[in-house]
Ligand binder design. Structure first.
Ligand code: ARG
Length: 459
């Protein structure tokens, strides 16, 4: 039979396969709370502007609360024939309250309805991401504080570069996560305009008050162009963009954890709570959570690409293509929140192996740059020349199978006669990190300043 919501011009109902491809209720039921909040604000506004009677608005309000409790208690019968959450709620409301329910859709379309519901949902997810990121930043700051002056190798190309401090490395992630948080904050501020009242696309001839609904739903203002209001999904794309960059950061630390927890590195020990064993190899403790976190970006970026591809080239205004927005964003948001929680747990629980880090910090000629810098400062060599002298000394040490501090003064002087005993003072790892006091540098004194700054910011 023809659809009860718009069946006027239809003689036949849809093909079963049409229903299967068209219906979104299977996933957009997740928007029920936002849909009901939007309808409540709309009904209250229709009464305040005299478009509905106060009596009808009150009946609608009560009815919507009943629908809400039916959904939340699991009694609500979602119907695929009713396509989506909007029609399911409205239809049930009308069953409960009668004619007043049929008046709710005055001066409204599902186009502005879905736009407002989805914005409200994505806005909540921005808030969840912001608090999840804040918690994770706190976990990294705590790690930084515990080992502000612990030395470890710093890498470029995953080859030993220069010694750095554990605290400094932890705070590098705090910087990344702070930018991520800023992106969610920015996106939230930009999306906080209310599309409700754009109606199908052109606005409405009813004397609605869009400022009233906007403020009832916590928006800063109504959107200014009705066409843009129903065709815009930038808010979802910005969320996915911020989520993708954030997940990329998580995947980088996840990769470091996988490397660092290996028997060959032993930089960190992951707790039992975030690892798994092997069904055959009794010795195994696998960093599964880290591996999965490394992979989650694939899903989140996939959602980002999928929605971009959906939106590309869509003529204004609403097209049903846009119904494809929700599953991607739902999955990406679920994935991100889980990833943030898992990373927070893993970072809080992990134990850095201070001795192993210190040992590794001093190997691989990590203080070669300090030696070259000393030649510049103490002997006045041009840096290029100092670089060459140091390189020659590294080659000698390498051939001899020892580290730079193990070379004798005589061996040093055979490469450059001006070298004195003082040079040994700069070859130690602790000296190396202590000396890097430039702003943003790895020296413990600088790291402690940054820890204090972050603790104040996160308090
Ligand atoms: N289920 C639809 C969506 O998710 C709601 C809007 C439908 N509007 C329409 N005119 N068919 O996009």
């Amino acid at each position: 039979s023809a659809n009860t919501m718009w069946g006027g011009r239809f003689a036949e109902g849809p093909d079963a396969i049409m229903t299967a491809i068209n219906a979104s209720i299977g996933f957009d039921k997740r928007l029920y709370a936002q849909d009901i909040a939007g309808s409540r604000a709309h009904a209250a506004m229709l009464a305040a502007t005299g478009i509905l009677t106060d009596k009808d608005a009150e009946v609608i309000r009560e009815g919507l609360l009943t629908v809400l409790s039916e959904i939340e208690s699991g009694q609500f019968q979602f119907q695929t024939a009713l396509e989506d959450i909007h029609l399911n709620v409205e239809s049930r409301l009308t069953q409960i309250v009668g004619d007043a329910g049929k008046r709710l859709h005055t001066a409204r379309s599902r186009n502005d309805q879905v736009a407002v519901d989805f914005r409200l949902w994505v806005r909540d997810q921005c808030d969840a991401a912001i608090s999840g990121l804040t918690a994770l930043m706190g976990a990294f700051v705590a790690q930084a504080e515990a080992g502000a002056d612990w030395v470890m190798p710093g890498f470029t190309h995953l080859q030993t570069a220069q010694p750095v401090t554990w605290g400094h490395h932890m705070l590098a992630y705090v910087e990344m996560l702070a930018r991520d948080r800023g992106r969610f904050i920015d996106a939230r501020a930009r999306m906080n305009e209310c599309p409700l009242g754009a109606a199908a696309l052109a606005g409405t001839s009813f004397p609605i008050d869009r400022h009233m609904t906007a403020s009832a739903l916590g928006f800063d203002r109504p959107t200014a162009n009705s066409l843009d209001s129903v065709s815009d999904r930038d808010f979802a794309l910005e969320f996915l963009g911020a989520a993708s960059i954030c997940a990329m950061h998580l995947s980088r630390f996840a990769e470091e954890l996988v490397i660092w927890s290996s028997a060959q590195f032993r930089f960190v020990r992951l707790s039992d709570r975030w690892t798994t064993g092997s069904s055959i190899m009794p010795q195994k403790k696998n960093p599964d959570a880290a591996e999965l976190l490394r992979a989650k970006l694939g899903r989140i970026l996939g959602a980002n690409v999928a929605l971009f591809t959906v939106m590309k080239g869509l003529a204004l205004t609403y097209s049903k293509d846009m119904q494809e927005d929700k599953e991607q964003v739902f999955d990406a948001a679920d994935t991100l929140m889980l990833a943030l929680a898992a990373m927070t747990g893993m970072v809080s629980d992990m134990n850095a192996n201070r001795e192993v880090l210190a040992q590794a910090a001093g190997s691989g000629f990590s203080t070669a740059t300090d030696l070259a810098d000393w030649l510049v400062r103490a002997l006045g060599l041009p840096f290029r020349e100092a670089h060459h002298v140091t390189g020659t000394l590294v080659a000698i040490a390498e051939k001899q199978g020892c580290d730079l501090p193990d070379l004798t003064l005589a061996q040093m002087q055979s490469v450059h006669a001006g070298i004195t005993q003082d040079v040994f003072g700069v070859l130690g790892v602790q000296n190396s990190v202590n000396s890097r006091t430039s702003y943003g540098g790895t020296a413990p004194v600088r790291v402690r300043e940054q820890i204090a700054r972050w603790k104040a910011a996160l308090a």
